[in-house]
Write a new protein. Structure first.
Length: 379
């Protein structure tokens, strides 16, 4: 849904009914992730893509059928058959589970509000019930803004509360996901499978050290969708002119800034100063926070000395195990731009729990379903 939010917002404002086809499960090397959507309106206009072309025709016809019948949502499975090379499926060998439902904006006005927030870049989540009792299929629920206020609903009771609570948790994590909720011992007794389309605020990339590597890293981070902050205690170096791709440039002692910064498990902290008077107090703070990535630049000799000083400051071995130092993947990087690529590649690999190894040396699917993030241990 998020991939076509601007068009859906316009259709909702125009009170134009449409069929929404969404990838709700992926197996193997499917090209696009769960939550990707195609929509078709009553005039036959289509927007979006589910497979880069492999199954678009079949999905389009299914959307037209759902719009015409005005009935319950439908499911379709698309895979590749070796027995019939011309079957509707994915030539890449993957499998898609697609959920198609009719959306009437007049009956779900909250959806237009949620899409407006998404188009403006503000946090919002939209929940669709995929599996459960027939009477719960079709309506959607939205959770909006940093205050996480719920709008719309599925049953007006315990199901709405359970769905809204999970939407708030996924908004904090910044993750679109399909989740099973409900059952005995839960506040929601109905067993449901729910897809949460989550548009969160941008994750943060905190770059400490106003050096040439920071300039390249801020540009790479901006390209990847991070909200980039460059911080350094030296005002002559920490200027907006030197870091045009940073969202903010802060002149302050790094550890003091980090102590009051808003961070979460999506936050990446990159320490590029390789100067003990900055590094040690900063890393002591960073390794005690629930951030997703902490990396520090420096040689192996610098790293060994850094570990010794951090242990003197009371940093535990469990905390030190989270430190990526020397920072980045082994790409043979030398220039600031190559080093920025090395660092961001490591951040991506850690975020998605990838190996960082060449795909030619790995067997199995290229596109793996995202695994739940492991809790960050801070002590």
């Amino acid at each position: 849904m998020l991939n076509i939010a601007d068009t859906l917002h316009r259709w909702c404002r125009e009170a134009r009914p449409f069929a929404l086809a969404t990838v709700v499960d992926v197996h193997g090397s499917a090209p696009l992730p769960v939550g990707t959507s195609v929509a078709v309106d009553e005039d036959g206009n289509a927007v979006g893509s589910l497979s880069g072309g492999c199954v678009e025709g079949a999905v389009y016809e299914l959307c037209r059928q759902v719009l015409h019948d005005r009935g319950a949502p439908q499911r379709a499975w698309f895979g590749y058959s070796d027995d019939d090379a011309f079957a509707v499926g994915l030539t890449c060998g993957g499998e898609l589970d697609v959920y198609v439902q009719r959306i009437d904006p007049a009956t779900q006005p909250h959806l237009s509000t949620a899409l407006a927030e998404i188009v403006r870049g503000r946090p919002a989540a939209v929940a669709q019930v995929l599996d459960g009792p027939d009477n719960l299929l079709g309506p959607t629920l939205s959770v909006l803004g940093d205050d996480h206020v719920a709008h719309g609903g599925v049953d007006g009771g315990p199901v709405d509360r359970a769905v809204a609570d999970r939407a708030r948790a996924l908004l904090r994590a910044g993750r679109t996901a399909r989740v099973d909720i409900g059952g005995e011992g839960d506040g929601c007794r109905e067993r449901l499978s729910v897809l949460f389309h989550v548009h969160a605020s941008r994750p943060r990339l905190l770059v400490f050290g106003a050096v040439d590597f920071a300039a390249a890293l801020s540009q790479a981070g901006r390209f990847l969708g991070y909200r980039v902050t460059v911080c350094d205690a030296r005002p002559v170096f920490a200027t907006t002119a030197r870091f045009p791709y940073a969202d903010e440039v802060v002149v302050e002692w790094p550890h003091r800034y980090l102590e009051r910064a808003s961070v979460d498990e999506r936050t990446a902290v990159c320490v590029l100063t390789h100067d003990a008077k900055f590094d040690i107090p900063l890393l002591r703070v960073a390794l005690g926070l629930p951030v997703g990535y902490v990396g520090a630049m420096g040689s192996r000799r610098t790293h060994d000395e850094r570990l010794r000083l951090l242990r003197q400051e009371g940093v535990t071995d469990a905390q030190l195990a989270r430190l990526r130092s020397p920072i980045g993947l082994d790409l043979g990087a030398r220039t600031p731009e190559e080093t920025a690529l090395s660092i961001t590649a490591e951040i991506i690999a850690q975020t998605n729990q990838g190996t960082g190894r060449p795909l030619t040396l790995i067997t199995g699917p290229i596109h793996r379903p995202p695994r739940p993030r492991r809790p960050v241990a801070v002590t």
